[in-house]
Structure formats: structure tokens, C-alpha cells
Design a protein around this ligand. Structure first.
Ligand code: SF4
Ligand code: SF4
Ligand code: SF4
Length: 307
């Protein structure tokens, strides 16, 4: 069918022509640096490397935090609810960052919290320099109910936003504005108190208060690649004691609380510490080989996943 000349065949509006070359020239460096950071985070994760993990955390604080002030926020959750997202072509690095945050959460759980979030990285680095004697261990009986507080904050914040459409509530429920240095004296005072409290209770905000962490925790219930466990984990408590996030309860790993820090995964594979390997080794005392030689055959059959 021939269309009338003045109906469908009009020339494109000049304002709608997208010059991708110019857009990439403007944003190419940001996209490349973001891709490099994500690559480093993934390598550190897959190699279970402690030095690479701390390098990732340091770069997160310096680059994503202080240089770019780029963190996922409860404001982004608001944006999803109102479908008011940034324009894709002007926000390529942000979409790479946010897309990775969501996809990595579905694949591995709260990977974003464990390696990418600049505030979480800052408190994890703080954790390494604070003397152990200053630590106050939250009793296990209190830890579980306290970890639910962040879900309450998420629900209350979302309800407030949906009722009022006021996004500025974010300033009172998350401290990420600190990287942009845009706080009032009251906000800075509250942040100072929070950081002092974090000296005594490790990762206080992330474990108990962060509504974005709660959002990612909910998303983590869909985690595809979960942490493996041995049958011995049902009685062994070594990993439970090691986990600084209160994410292990007996044989189970709570995907909602786990930030994929690798500590328990390194123990899982440690043939000198994990009882699974030690028991297997003891059962074959006459063998003169290594521990690995002793357990090679039954390994695949004994692997379990958390429910
Ligand atoms: S819990 Fe919140 S502050 Fe902590 S790492 Fe996750 S998103 Fe960042
Ligand atoms: S040390 Fe080994 S057996 Fe014990 S909880 Fe950790 S992975 Fe399980
Ligand atoms: S120790 Fe294990 S369960 Fe705990 S946060 Fe790290 S990876 Fe998750």
C-alpha cells in the first residue's frame, strides 16, 4: 500500500537523531573504567583471592565512592517503582554498573555488597584496621532479629515514598551522600555516630540498617550459584564462627545476609582446616599420598548445596 506523502514518510526530527559516536566519545572512558572495575571484582571473586578482594574494595572506595559518587541507592528502587529511570544513551556507565549489580545478585547473591558498594567497602576496610579488642560481638540470639530491622526500614521507606513521592527521605536512611560531601550538620553528626558505632559493631549499617542491602537480600533469594556445603557442615561450626555477617546458621547459609566475602568458601576448600577433608584423610591412614589423593574419588558425590 502506498502511503500518502504527508503521513508516514516525514523526515526524522533532527533532535531525535542519536549520534552514538559522540555519545561514546563522551562516555567511553567512564564505561571502560567501569568495565575494568567489574572485571577486577569478578577475577577477585572467582580466584577467591584475599589481596585482590581488598584491592577491589580500595578501588571501590576511591573511584566509585570519592571520585564518582556512584552507588546504588534506595532512590534507584524508587525509580523502578515509578519507572523513572535515567535515559540510557546518556547514562551508559550507570546502566553497566546498575545492570551488573542486579545480574550479579541473581547469579551469586549480594556480590554488590561484598565487593562493589563503596560504603560497604569502606566499612569492610575499616574492619581490618580496627583492633580486635574493641569489637563487641552481637549475640546470636540478637543478631537474627536485628538483621530484620533493615527489611522494616525498607518497607517503611517505600511506603513513605509511595504515599508522598518525596525522594529526599533517602538522606535519613542511607549515608551514601557522604561521598558527594553534601550533608547538613545534623547529617554529618549522625554519620559520625554511625561510623563510631561501626568501630565497635562490625558492618553495623550493612547488617542491620541498610534498605538497599535489604532489597538486594530479597533479590538474593533467587541466587542461582549458591555456596557449596559438605555433609559435615551440619555439625561443624567453624564457618559459622568465621562468618562476620551472621549469614550461617548451622548447615544453612542465609542468602539474604551473605555478601559472598569468600571466607567460608576458602575454609570449604582448605584441606588442612575443614573437617570434611581431615575425616577423609584419617579414613585412609595407610596411604602415603596427599590429602587430595585421598579424597579425589568421593568428592563429587559428597558435594551439597545449601537449601
Ligand atoms: S548493605 Fe547497603 S551499604 Fe552495605 S554494602 Fe550493601 S548496599 Fe552497600
Ligand atoms: S570448616 Fe568445612 S565442614 Fe566445617 S562448616 Fe566449614 S565447610 Fe563445613
Ligand atoms: S563467610 Fe560465607 S556465608 Fe558468611 S558472608 Fe562470607 S561468603 Fe557469606
Amino acid at each position: 500500500m502506498i502511503q500518502p506523502a504527508d503521513s508516514w514518510d516525514f523526515p526524522p526530527d533532527a533532535a531525535e537523531i542519536v549520534d552514538w559516536r559522540a555519545l561514546l566519545a563522551d562516555q567511553g572512558l567512564d564505561v571502560a573504567l567501569m568495565a575494568a572495575f567489574i572485571g577486577l571484582a569478578l577475577v577477585s571473586f572467582h580466584r577467591k583471592s584475599v589481596p585482590l578482594r581488598y584491592l577491589t574494595l580500595a578501588i571501590s572506595v576511591l573511584y566509585l565512592g570519592f571520585a564518582k559518587s556512584q552507588l546504588l541507592s534506595i532512590v534507584n528502587v524508587f525509580s523502578v517503582f515509578t519507572w523513572n529511570l535515567p535515559v540510557f544513551r546518556y547514562s551508559l556507565a550507570w546502566y553497566l554498573f546498575a545492570g551488573f549489580g542486579v545480574v550479579s545478585t541473581v547469579l551469586w547473591g549480594r556480590f554488590y555488597c561484598g565487593r562493589v558498594c563503596a560504603y560497604g567497602a569502606l566499612t569492610q576496610l575499616l574492619d581490618r584496621v580496627v583492633p580486635e579488642r574493641l569489637r563487641v560481638d552481637v549475640p546470636r540470639s540478637l543478631e537474627r532479629p536485628a538483621s530484620l530491622v533493615k527489611y522494616g526500614i525498607l518497607a517503611a521507606t517505600l511506603a513513605y515514598f509511595l504515599a508522598t513521592k518525596d525522594q529526599t527521605i533517602y538522606r535519613y536512611v542511607e549515608p551514601f551522600w557522604m561521598f558527594g560531601g553534601q550533608g547538613t550538620p545534623v547529617m554529618w553528626t549522625a554519620l559520625a555516630l554511625l561510623l563510631v558505632a561501626t568501630v565497635f559493631v562490625r558492618n553495623l549499617y550493612c547488617r542491620f540498617l541498610c534498605p538497599l542491602g535489604a532489597t538486594l537480600g530479597v533479590l538474593s533469594t533467587m541466587t542461582v550459584f549458591r555456596i557449596k556445603r559438605w555433609p559435615e557442615c551440619s555439625t561443624c561450626r567453624i564457618c559459622e564462627k568465621k562468618c562476620e555477617w551472621g549469614a550461617i546458621r548451622g548447615p544453612r547459609i542465609l542468602a539474604t545476609e551473605c555478601i559472598r566475602c569468600d571466607d567460608c568458601e576458602r575454609l570449604y576448600a582448605d584441606t588442612t582446616k575443614c573437617p570434611h577433608w581431615l575425616i577423609l584423610y584419617r579414613r585412609k591412614p595407610s596411604r602415603q599420598g596427599t590429602v587430595l589423593e585421598a579424597i579425589t574419588a568421593p568428592l563429587s558425590a559428597r558435594e551439597q548445596r545449601t537449601p
